[in-house]
Design a protein around this ligand. Structure first.
Ligand SMILES: NC(=O)c1ccc[n+]([C@@H]2O[C@H](COP(=O)([O-])OP(=O)(O)OC[C@H]3O[C@@H](n4cnc5c(N)ncnc54)[C@H](O)[C@@H]3O)[C@@H](O)[C@H]2O)c1
Length: 372
């Protein structure tokens, strides 16, 4: 007699904020994984914009729709497992606290919060109610980024000494037209400009590649469109790690959309230009030093399709959702991703302070554990 296998638990979720990332990223991925694994179902959606709720009805005809997330939580929480927060950042903390109060796990888009105080309170709340807090740090799931992780764990380029992470955009990312397309340029909704919007992706990658959290930051920024908007569109920060520096740059005025990363080790380096990855490893030189450090190189070039141009990053979502599910199964309420989110917000807020104070280098705490 074969053993009876129990069906996987089908998590029931509610989406709060049915804008671009929900419609083009999260929901298509949920629908796809439910067809394959039958392990997730979106049963309710809240959005303050009627036109967005009408579009949600098309994609999720079975879901109950609400104009206010508090009504959704009141009516639905007894049958929910989690909420997926996809509103602009200024509302993330408030919605996440309300979901924790209702005993739900929280998946939350980046940035987790817009202030460090909010981030700390949220991590503490997750610990108190024993519910998972999980940020959508989806760049970790890009195929080319996964390839970098493999190369680093193979030790081929040795100990990491320095990083450069450049993110170029030809415009600020725009929200759906039915609501407020330019909310990223309004500080009261976004909490800040490109550093708040995109900084998390850059910073959590530095933590993984350096294998540590940074202990200091210095930053500079500018708003080239200050007559219309009150958030920065260009940002540069240097992070100090125990083993070296990470140079980070973000631009919404670059005239191009791409990422260019370099990871520099003692024995070689990795260069990424969107899908193009190059690993250069130095061959050991024999004998005495020579002028100009002449060495020979082994160079490997690969193209790893990662769909960078698709801003929804829908193809990266389900590997992230697998990890959220695992955190729920493992009762890992404030795991590495939540701690990374806290450190990202710390860098962003200290960077704003550094830029205001003439690029003064500011210390960063690396002891979140003691604050929980
Ligand atoms: N991880 C990524 O790669 C990625 C990509 C894009 C966006 N995002 C993040 O997703 C979030 C949303 O961004 P977007 O581009 O989808 O914005 P968007 O403007 O397209 O969508 C926001 C939606 O939220 C709704 N909304 C606003 N306030 C609300 C509230 N209090 N309650 C319920 N609904 C509310 C709006 O009506 C709108 O439909 C942001 O945090 C953003 O940083 C992440």
């Amino acid at each position: 007699m074969g053993q009876l296998l129990s069906a996987p638990k089908r998590l029931k979720g509610a989406i709060i904020g049915f804008g671009f990332i929900s419609e083009k990223g999260h929901v298509p991925a949920y629908l796809q994984r439910d067809q394959i694994h039958s392990d997730v179902e979106i049963v309710a959606v809240a959005d303050i914009c009627e036109a967005r709720l009408a579009l949600a009805k098309d994609l999720l005809p079975q879901a109950n729709l609400y104009k206010d997330y508090l009504y959704l939580l009141k009516a639905e929480s007894s049958r929910l497992d989690f909420v997926d927060i996809c509103t602009p950042p200024s509302d993330h903390a408030r919605i996440a606290h309300a979901a924790f109060e209702c005993g739900l796990h929280v998946l939350c888009e980046k940035p987790l919060t817009t202030t460090l105080e909010e981030a700390q309170a949220l991590l503490k709340h997750a610990v108190q109610v024993k519910k998972v807090l999980y940020p959508c740090h989806n760049y970790k799931h890009a195929p080319v980024v996964l390839a970098i992780r493999d190369i680093l764990s193979s030790q081929r380029i040795g100990k990491i000494r320095s990083l450069t992470l450049n993110t170029y955009r030809n415009t600020h990312a725009k929200g759906v037209t039915e609501w407020n397309t330019h909310w990223r340029r309004e500080k009261k909704l976004s909490g800040g400009g490109i550093a708040m919007d995109h900084g998390s992706h850059t910073f959590y990658l530095t933590f993984d590649w350096m294998g540590a959290y940074p202990h200091a930051v210095t930053a500079k920024m500018i708003n080239l469109d200050s007559d219309r908007y009150d958030t920065e569109d260009n940002f540069t920060a240097v992070l100090s790690f125990p083993n070296g520096l990470a140079h980070t740059h973000l631009s919404w005025t670059a005239g191009v959309r791409k990422v260019i990363y370099t990871v520099q080790g003692e024995k070689g380096s990795i260069t990424v230009d969107d899908d193009e990855l190059q690993v250069a490893v130095m061959q050991k030189t024999q004998g005495p030093d020579v002028a100009q450090g002449a060495v020979t190189w082994t160079v490997e070039k690969r193209s790893i399709v990662s769909n960078w141009m698709d801003a929804s990053h829908v193809s990266w979502f389900n590997s992230l959702f697998d990890q959220f599910k695992k955190a729920i199964d493992d009762h890992d309420y404030v795991g590495k991703e939540a701690r990374d989110a806290y450190y990202c917000i710390q860098i962003i807020s200290k960077s704003y302070q550094s830029a205001q104070e003439g690029c003064r280098e500011l210390p960063l705490s690396t002891s979140i554990q003691s604050l929980l």
